[in-house]
Design a protein around this ligand. Structure first.
Ligand SMILES: [Zn+2]
Length: 269
């Protein structure tokens, strides 16, 4: 398992690059994304996590099989539920059993079709996390989920700052299982891009964020969508700039799964 053997540099800033792949039918964007992005990560030898929706997997099964076969040492595969239920149904929430049911089915599909055990869940559409919902988390734990990326707003509904760091839910109380939360800090990249005119503005946003995590020794759980990866950027050069800038500034780049296991080991010491 080469994935989990990287030695942690204690106290160094960390960048986690996660991509959400969530097209609900056959899509050229996904095909193009899968052709380009893994190669970039190979070129720089840095990992990433793909949070893939069950539907997206079904419509691009052959492509994903190739990714697992060719890139499993760098591309970590996790799930993004089966459908984007929170977007489709504004009344759906984490209280619904809908998410739990989708997670269970999606994990089964990933296992049966790709041979991948999902331990991570990017909750579609995000939420205010699982605080106050230990029963939901327990269900996810039963289905094999060990980390979630579900918190994207604070109590007042504001975008989270980079100071909000990954945390264990059982720190909130013994009724919670020990699942690690990766907050979406700084807002979704898709929303930020919508407010910008130039590629260079977004690159500057990335550099500022990296400067901040370097200065304060933080972890940044970065999320990018496949469908916005080509925004003003047909060759996904922004990701290359991000990786280069992070490495030049001695930021460790991890997959979400690597980081999870490192933190899991730390808590057992
Ligand atoms: Zn999504």
């Amino acid at each position: 398992m080469p994935f989990f053997t990287i030695i942690t540099v204690m106290g160094s800033p960390v960048l986690l690059i996660g991509y959400d792949l969530e097209e609900t039918s056959r899509s050229n964007i996904i095909v193009k994304f899968l052709n380009l992005v893994p190669r970039i990560h190979v070129e720089y030898s840095v990992p990433a996590t793909f949070f893939i929706q069950g539907k997206t997997l079904l419509y691009h099964l052959e492509e994903f099989k190739k990714i697992v076969k060719k890139y499993s040492d760098l591309i970590d595969i996790q799930q993004h539920a089966f459908s984007h239920l929170s977007h489709r149904d504004p009344n759906a929430s984490l209280d619904d059993n809908a998410l739990e049911r989708e997670v269970e089915v999606t994990s089964d599909i990933f296992k049966a079709l790709l041979g991948v055990n999902c331990i991570g869940l990017g909750v579609p559409g995000g939420s205010k996390g699982f605080k106050g919902k230990p029963e939901s988390l327990k269900k996810l734990w039963e289905y094999g989920i060990r980390f979630v990326r579900s918190l994207d707003k604070d109590e007042k509904g504001n975008v989270l700052s980079l100071d909000v760091q990954p945390f264990w839910y059982d720190e909130l109380g013994p009724e919670y299982p020990p699942i690690l939360e990766y907050p979406v800090q700084g807002g979704y990249e898709s929303n930020i891009k919508m407010g910008l005119n130039k590629k260079t503005d977004f690159v500057q946003h990335i550099k500022n964020s990296i400067d901040y995590i370097v200065e304060k020794n933080l972890t940044w759980c970065y999320v990018q969508h496949a469908y916005t990866s080509f925004w003003k950027d047909p060759k996904v050069k922004i990701i290359e700039e991000m990786i280069t800038y992070a490495l030049d500034n001695k930021v460790s780049i991890r997959s979400y799964t690597q980081y999870y296991y490192e933190k899991w080991r730390e808590r057992k010491q």
